[in-house]
Design a binder for this molecule. Structure first.
Ligand code: IMP
Length: 200
């Protein structure tokens, strides 16, 4: 079965193929199909945004489509930046500025708890759909540490590994990350769906 990945980011396809590859599914990106579906992320939850993306790309292509949405939720900031993770601090802010904004927002705060969350939604032209969720619990460090990864990785600290995400290799991070966990859960659900729909 062929699936379109609702993203402009080629790295997301690499990640997905690495985990789903052995299911024998064909995953193509919007770019590979020569389309760019503009989706306004108006959802109040990661699940709503992932569903908006999957549904819009499924409708534009007539193919089963996979959408995902992730972000960081900081307890002492009442769950912010949440669904605004990519645009926290406004359009001119970069990853460094966004990390600094979180560190400044937590100055003097002892409750550093935070988690990353990912939702992946698969929408089929016949109206079927399913969703998978992944989380990763951690805390906000007192200063940025490490150079790997992207986004909020330098300030997201894991007590278990005694490292921030940015101090881990890509493989170390994928083994415990929200996205890795969501992809592994998604794989189980997709495998079940394919077994129940052998006609494709
Ligand atoms: P997306 O929905 O996967 O594109 O993620 C939205 C935003 O959440 C990104 O632009 C990052 O700011 C943040 N984010 C999501 N996943 C991660 C991660 O694994 N590390 C750091 N930041 C992340």
């Amino acid at each position: 079965m062929k699936f379109v990945l609702a993203t402009q980011n080629p790295k997301k396809k690499e990640e997905m193929v690495a985990i789903l590859g052995d299911l024998g599914v064909d995953i193509v990106t919007e770019e590979e199909l020569g389309i760019h579906v503009e989706v306004e992320e108006t959802g109040k939850t990661f699940g709503e945004n992932a569903a908006l993306k999957a549904k819009a790309v499924m409708e534009a292509t007539g193919l089963p489509a996979i959408g995902d949405d992730s972000g960081l939720c900081v307890d002492a900031l009442k769950g912010a930046p949440g669904v605004y993770s990519a645009r926290y601090g406004g359009p001119d802010m970069d990853d460094y500025g966004r990390c600094k904004l979180i560190l400044d927002g937590l100055k003097g705060e002892t409750d550093r708890r935070a988690h990353f969350e990912t939702y992946i939604v698969c929408a089929f032209p016949n109206g079927d759909w399913f969703a998978a969720k992944g989380e990763c619990q951690g805390s906000i460090a007192f200063a940025a540490m490490g150079n790997n990864g992207f986004g909020y990785d330098p300030i997201f600290f894991r007590t278990e590994e005694q490292k921030t995400f940015a101090q881990m290799t890509a493989a170390e991070k994928a083994a415990i990350s929200h996205r890795g966990n969501a992809l592994r859960s998604f794989k189980t659900k997709l495998e079940k769906y394919l077994a129940e729909h052998p006609e494709g």
